[in-house]
Design a protein around this ligand. Structure first.
Ligand code: EPU
Length: 349
């Protein structure tokens, strides 16, 4: 049932199953669609919804719904895309938070503004991209970030945030943080601006891309080729949420000290690890989970993808509780064998 307050679109009792890529069942008591900054302010001015807690939703591709949210669900549907500026050293491109991320990657490439190709096929919306600082194949959103617009959910003011204010980290930003200065649940991102450096430089350091270079004999691929390689690699390893419910990687890759890494290598010489600039090491969580024998396994209707152990999947009709039960069992076995605590990547409600 949709009712309106001015132009505000308010719906009651909405199933969220189609609004989260894991396909988990949950109901929003109230769902509001916002298509502009003004819509967000209308919501804040609403006599009953204005002060209620809010859960901001994009495509729900990084969300585990373990129950019906108590908050008012705000679905961001701000659209639009444009070239803001073409300078000698950079193209600045802007997209509405409700646009599909992959469509923007493909569109910029079609327009002759390359630079996002390594981030092709990442599910989700433009507005969600900075929240978890999406990353793949050697590139993170922060490497192409110019600024974003957001509406403060307390004051209703529109603000523009730069990279430092967003506090980007590995699959992290100020929008996931609830401690001091954190903005989790406190603002709605409405527009994102990306900076695409000129001249374009390929990002090819990632192992899977090096393999493509070896396979094809093409050592200087153009942006379109890298885009196609990334799409092919992802299609081979990661399930399409339209076919199999999932949220991509379920856990972050854990970071350990050099000493911890040496200890683990002494016990498991094959462990996949990467040196970080600060002297610590990142371990492949997928490898750890795989080594504990989880690949292809199920618990209830939740399972571990058979081609990538870091991805949990919906085998059909799974509940959020089942997914969390499987996640906990995986965490316990990885802790038991390696002494490492895996941290979930998606937001859990
Ligand atoms: N591995 C295994 N067994 C597995 C899975 C992985 O042995 O079941 C090994 C692989 O052979 C490889 C290593 O672990 O040597 C790493 O695997 P992969 O290259 O597939 O990448 P990942 O570390 O598992 C990360 C991101 C992905 C991103 C890829 C490519 C995180 C949590 N995940 O995965 O991001 O697409 O690198 O850059 O950082 C996401 O965040 O949702 C996501 C899919």
């Amino acid at each position: 049932m949709a009712t309106s307050n001015g132009a505000l679109k308010v719906e009651r009792g909405v199933s969220l199953r189609a609004y989260n890529t894991f396909g988990l069942p949950a109901t929003a008591h109230t769902l509001v669609r916002v298509t502009s900054d003004a819509d967000v302010r209308r919501l804040l001015d609403h006599p009953t919804l204005g002060r209620a807690p809010k859960l901001v939703l994009g495509a729900g591709s990084n969300l585990i719904l373990s129950r019906d949210p108590e908050a008012v669900v705000v679905r961001v549907e701000v659209m639009g895309r444009r070239l803001v500026e073409a300078r000698d050293d950079v193209f600045i491109v802007e997209a509405g938070a409700g646009e599909t991320w992959h469509d923007i990657v493909a569109w910029t490439l079609d327009q002759g503004w390359p630079g996002l190709e390594n981030l092709a096929l990442i599910p989700g919306t433009v507005g969600a991209a900075p929240v978890q600082n999406i990353g793949a194949y050697g590139l993170e959103l922060k490497d192409r970030f110019e600024s974003l617009d957001a509406v403060d959910l307390v004051t209703g003011r529109s603000v523009t945030l730069d990279s430092a204010t967003c506090r980007f980290g590995y699959r992290d930003s100020v929008f996931k943080q609830s401690g001091f200065g954190g903005l989790a649940g406190k603002s709605v991102i409405t527009r994102l601006r990306l900076r695409l450096p000129r001249p374009w430089q390929p990002v090819l350091g990632y192992l899977d891309l090096e393999r493509k270079i070896a396979e094809t004999g093409n050592a200087s691929p153009d942006a379109r080729t890298i885009f196609e390689w990334v799409c092919a690699i992802r299609r081979a390893k990661l399930p399409d949420p339209r076919d199999v419910g999932n949220v991509g990687s379920f856990f972050k890759n854990p970071v350990v000290t050099a000493e911890q890494c040496r200890d683990i290598i002494a016990r498991d010489p094959h462990i996949v690890h990467y040196a970080l600039a600060d002297g610590r090491f990142k371990l492949a969580a997928g490898w750890l989970i795989d080594a504990c024998g989880w690949k292809g396994k199920s618990m209830g209707r939740a399972g571990v993808y058979d081609k990538q152990a870091l991805v949990l999947v919906n085998r059909g009709g799974a509940s959020g509780a089942e997914v969390l039960m499987l996640a906990r069992a995986i965490q316990e076995s990885v802790y038991g064998r390696f002494g490492i605590r895996l941290e979930p990547e998606p937001v859990v409600v």
